[in-house]
Write a protein that binds this ligand. Structure first.
Ligand code: ZN
Ligand code: MG
Length: 507
């Protein structure tokens, strides 16, 4: 009996469908609770995405009743052969009538159910993330898929098409994990791909395996979360000229508008917190800070072995903390100078000033030395000395005597304990400057008073602060030769600078 190519194709399709059926039966969700081998037996079916076609996932829709999930789902499920999934922590409430064949994909783990496995719910090779209110256009998802597959550039992993009449802007995006920073910029006008979209909703189409290779494939807002993760992998995005229509909506009341805006802002903040992004630099240069207000606790916990936890995570000081530390240092310096207190940059702070005119990018505090005899000249220090109690000055900085020894601390605020340490020194009869509390750090040594007469200005944290004359000799006395030229973390026994791959040469 001869088999025609048509019959062969049909047989192959049937076989593939049987395989998918088998996989779904063996998948952990369907396995009996007693099955101990379910994970191994289904390993070959872990990524069942094998069928040609595009699965539509609805993920970004407003919480509460003002969404368009049912109509968006209906529109896309009317396309032949396009499965539609509504991916959500909590099923829309009040319940919405979803068209037959549209599946709700619960994302929130529940103690009595198998863990959510959104990747195993997608059977097609491609997946489209569709924003709420979009309407299907016959053939457009296929064109997006073809554009992705036809791309000569292997780094193009996302194809986008606008939703509505507004065209999103295509931006450059650089995410610097070590600096907790996402930097947007104008995309290279010559390039036809970019890093992120801004200003209008869009459908994003990816290979299913690419989407689910991301640790956060479906975290909202998905366009932001996918572009941040894409930027970290060098993936590029191509925006097609085509667009999907956006369904007209009844206008929201001002209160509903406020609620929608608020909830989107909250989603964005949660996402950035999750990804550890504390500074966004927008394309127009505007900065959005996350974390480190006077009323939030310090972004990192107590320091052990001079090594903050963020260093062990391969990150440097959060930029919001550096900013708050600079503000505290400028405030303290202004107070000391106004009061005529003789002070100077100490330890790592002086090292930072000489190296780069700023706080060292992985440092966690600022250290100043001062003449013990001058303490009473500063009214805040005098008050702390007189009462033995901490005090908050009118600008919200918090002055206290350190519990750890004979020195003082000025915190960014009562709540946010980023601080400047003030170390009182006095001259011994032999002319060496000494103090009463030693923490056993390498740089904690006595030094000749001649370094302080006179004090000299150096650039630090945006101001001119006072430093010992001959800062190089002072630093080499404290840290050893080459301290300026050879940056190292405060405790190389715990973590060395060389362990962290450099994005830019150390300064
Ligand atoms: Zn901070
Ligand atoms: Mg320090």
């Amino acid at each position: 009996m001869r088999i025609t190519p048509c019959q062969a194709a049909l047989a192959a399709a049937i076989a593939l469908n049987l395989l998918v059926l088998l996989c779904s039966l063996l998948a952990p969700t369907a396995a009996p609770p007693s099955s101990s081998s379910s994970s191994s037996s289904s390993s070959s079916c872990r990524h069942p995405a094998a069928l040609p076609g595009v699965t539509v996932i609805l993920r970004d829709f407003p919480d509460g009743p003002n969404h368009d999930v049912a109509a968006t789902a209906r529109s896309f499920s009317s396309l032949p052969g396009v499965p539609v999934l509504v991916a959500t922590e909590v099923a829309p409430y009040p319940p919405v009538p979803l068209p037959a064949g549209v599946t709700v994909l619960p994302l929130r783990p529940q103690p009595h159910r198998p863990p959510p496995r959104p990747d195993s719910a997608v059977r097609t090779l491609h997946v489209a993330l569709v924003p709420d209110g979009a309407r299907a256009v016959p053939g457009l998802l296929r064109r997006m898929r073809d554009a992705l597959e036809a791309s000569s550039d292997a780094t193009t992993k996302v194809v986008a098409a606008a939703v509505g009449t507004l065209r999103p802007r295509c931006l450059a995006l650089d995410v610097d994990i070590k600096a907790w920073t996402a930097r947007y910029g104008h995309a290279d006008p010559g390039a036809d791909t970019c890093g992120a979209l801004d200003g209008a909703p869009a459908v994003l189409l990816l290979r299913t395996r690419d989407l689910f290779s991301l640790p956060f494939p479906l975290t909202r807002p998905v366009a932001t979360s996918v572009s941040l993760q894409a930027a970290l992998r060098g993936w590029r995005l191509r925006l097609l000229p085509d667009s999907f229509p956006l369904a007209p909506r009844p206008p929201l009341s001002p209160h509903e508008q406020w609620k929608a805006q608020n909830s989107l802002e909250k989603q964005r903040r949660t996402l950035l917190e999750l990804f550890g992004i504390k500074l966004e630099v927008l394309a127009d240069g505007q900065r959005r800070w996350h974390g480190c207000a006077k009323d939030t606790p310090r972004c990192f916990g107590t320091i052990h072995a001079q090594t903050p936890q963020y260093l062990l995570a391969g990150r440097w000081t959060p930029p919001c903390c550096l900013r708050a530390l600079r503000a505290t240092a400028r405030h303290v310096v202004a107070e000391l100078e106004a009061a005529g207190v003789r002070y100077w940059l100490e330890g790592g702070s002086l090292l930072g000033a000489v190296r780069l005119g700023d706080i060292i990018p992985w440092d966690y505090d600022v250290d100043l030395g001062l003449y013990r005899d001058d303490l009473p000249k500063c009214r805040w220090l005098a008050a702390v000395l007189a009462t033995g109690r901490p005090l908050e000055d009118p600008e919200g900085f918090f002055w206290e005597k350190a519990a750890e020894g004979e020195f003082f601390r000025v915190h960014f605020s009562r709540t946010n304990r980023l601080h400047v340490d003030l170390w009182p020194f006095y001259a011994r009869p032999d002319g060496l400057m000494t103090k009463d509390t030693w923490l056993g750090h390498r740089q904690d040594v006595e030094f000749p008073e001649s370094f302080l007469v006179p004090l000299v200005p150096v650039a630090f944290a945006g101001i001119a602060a006072k430093a010992p004359n001959d800062p190089r000799a002072f630093l080499e006395l404290k840290f050893g030769p080459g301290a300026i030229e050879n940056p190292e973390y405060p405790n190389p026994g715990v973590r060395r600078l060389a362990q962290d791959a450099q994005r830019e040469p150390p300064r």
